[in-house]
Write a protein that binds this ligand. Structure first.
Ligand code: FAD
Length: 480
């Protein structure tokens, strides 16, 4: 049961006592505890610096057994807990709202097993995505997930948010590539579901409940994930396009002509590229003049000559038929990295461009995809702000970002929300394509979920976490 105090804090939760701290320190050892005010700051603050909690305790367990002991204790004592991975989440889900204990998984970063024949890797939840990706790459496999925050985010956080990223187009969602999970429930019980079988239809697919549950149903301590074989030939091209209609036609043609080797199809608008190149010295636009739209294409296959010829032919056709205005085909790894840097620098550029940041991660059917960006620009025309967009357009996933000065926050927010969400619903989209609901969108969850589905979600939360200690105030709002 939740009883909200005037501040919104659930008064059913206990206050952390010296006795609690002493018990929890004994579980993880004092080396794995953060208590000092300054040292707590980065754990209490989210990546956007938009959400800030006041936790006085971070615990960094080393094993599933320790996670289990911590949760069992907290559940009995009614102490609220926020599971935290790399803290790169963009919806305020990874930091406390009030003084919840932070359970940070970064010490649980071991690979438990790798099968060279099947490409199935079993690892702990706190391993950083880039480290995991490098590990399988060195053994001839590709990790099926890649995203801009790879240097900090952890596989447990990726699973908890059901992260999408740039390889989604080719390898699909983590629901498909995850074969098993190990999860600790709120009461400390460990669910041993670390299957490495591709097929296992014995009853309900329980691991899927935890993928995308944003730390509200259990703590993911380990996962087994199936990795595809690494492609020997990878090509990256950046295209300049002069209208949005051409971008969508390009996507259709690209699937038609190079579909079997297509591994990424990403989009950025001119405003986003100009923002990134003007604010970040390491980012550059390779074209001599700018274009209204940019598309980054990557192909990955097994035959260098065939793949290169195919992509070149496709680009030539598009150019001669006026689908694209210019193109750069990377000639080596360093040029490829430069093109990806342009795409992946977008979130950082926005975060540097103003103190008031509004970030939207929406699924929008292709025919309406850019309509919202155009509408927001005219709606906010009287205000000094940046309205920029990019996204995984191959998956109909738009990242709309608006930034402005600190003082503009209140006036802008009234014009932006709930307008963005209602527009998205009216055009058949989803208010979260890949970042989740967290704290930021909990009030708007009913926009994308019907009443009976929402009711079932609440019943599942009640069943798995009856005391409600796991990531309270996230996903479900008091009002929803
Ligand atoms: P955190 O931010 O620490 O946590 C996220 C949520 O998961 C929280 O609710 C937390 O409670 C929960 N959680 C964390 N670890 C666990 C665990 N072990 N068990 C249970 N719950 C847990 N996202 C995309 O989907 N696609 C992108 O392309 C993408 N690009 C990004 C680029 C940048 C530059 C940045 C900053 C972010 C990007 N994100 C993207 C968002 C973010 O990186 C992802 O949501 C990522 O999956 C979060 O992982 P994390 O380890 O940082 O989790």
């Amino acid at each position: 049961a939740s009883r909200a105090s005037p501040s919104g804090k659930n008064s059913a939760f206990s206050r952390l006592t010296a006795e609690d701290v002493s018990y929890l320190k004994d579980v993880v050892s004092s080396r794995c505890v953060v208590e000092e005010k300054e040292a707590l700051e980065p754990f209490n603050t989210d990546w956007m610096r938009k959400y800030r909690g006041t936790s006085s305790l971070v615990l960094k367990p080393n094993s599933t057994e320790q996670v289990s002991q911590i949760l069992q204790y907290c559940n009995n004592k009614k102490l609220a807990v926020v599971p935290q991975g790399g803290n790169t989440g963009l919806v305020g889900g990874s930091v406390p709202v009030f003084d919840e204990i932070i359970l940070n998984l970064s010490n649980m970063n071991r690979i438990r097993n790798f099968d060279e024949k099947s490409g199935i890797v079993t690892c702990e939840g706190g391993i950083v995505l880039e480290a995991l990706s490098n590990f399988v790459s060195e053994r001839g496999y590709t990790f099926p997930l890649d995203l801009g925050a790879k240097g900090s985010c952890q596989i447990g956080g990726n699973l908890a948010t059901n992260a999408g990223g740039t390889r989604f187009l080719r390898y699909g969602s983590l629901h498909g590539s995850t074969l098993g999970l190990e999860v600790v429930l709120a009461n400390g019980k460990v669910l041993h579901m670390l299957s490495t079988l591709r097929k296992d239809n014995t009853g309900y697919h329980i691991p899927h409940i935890f993928i995308g549950s944003e730390g509200t149903l259990g703590v993911i301590t380990a996962a087994s994930i199936c990795c595809p074989k690494k492609c020997r030939s990878v090509h990256t091209a950046l295209l300049g396009v002069d209208s949005f209609d051409k971008v969508t036609e390009l996507l259709v043609r690209c699937k038609d002509e190079v579909g079997e080797i297509l591994s990424a199809f990403e989009f950025m608008d001119r405003n986003a590229v100009e923002l990134a190149t003007s604010l970040l010295s390491h980012v550059r636009d390779p074209f001599p003049k700018s274009f209204p739209f940019y598309v980054l294409i990557e192909t990955a296959g097994s035959n260098e000559k065939h793949d290169e010829e195919k992509l070149e032919k496709f680009l030539e056709n598009c150019y001669s038929e006026d689908f694209i205005s210019d193109a750069v085909l990377a000639q080596d790894q360093s040029q490829m990295n430069q093109l990806w840097t342009l795409r992946e620098s977008m979130p950082e550029a926005v975060s540097r461009s103003g103190k008031s940041i509004f970030k939207y991660d929406l699924s929008i059917p292709l025919e309406h995809f850019y309509g919202l960006v155009t509408e927001m620009r005219s709606r906010l025309a009287q205000h000094a702000c940046h309205v920029v967009s990019w996204g995984h357009i191959g998956d109909c996933n738009l990242h709309l970002n608006i930034s402005s000065s600190e003082e503009a926050y209140e006036s802008l927010s009234k014009l932006i929300e709930p307008y963005v969400y209602e527009w998205t619903r009216a055009h058949g989209g989803s208010i979260s394509a890949e970042h989740g609901i967290g704290r930021m969108k909990s009030k708007y969850l009913p926009i994308s979920k019907d009443k009976s589905t929402l009711e079932l979600m609440k019943q599942m939360k009640q069943l798995l976490d009856p005391v409600g200690i796991l990531n309270p105030y996230k996903v479900f709002s008091q009002e929803a």
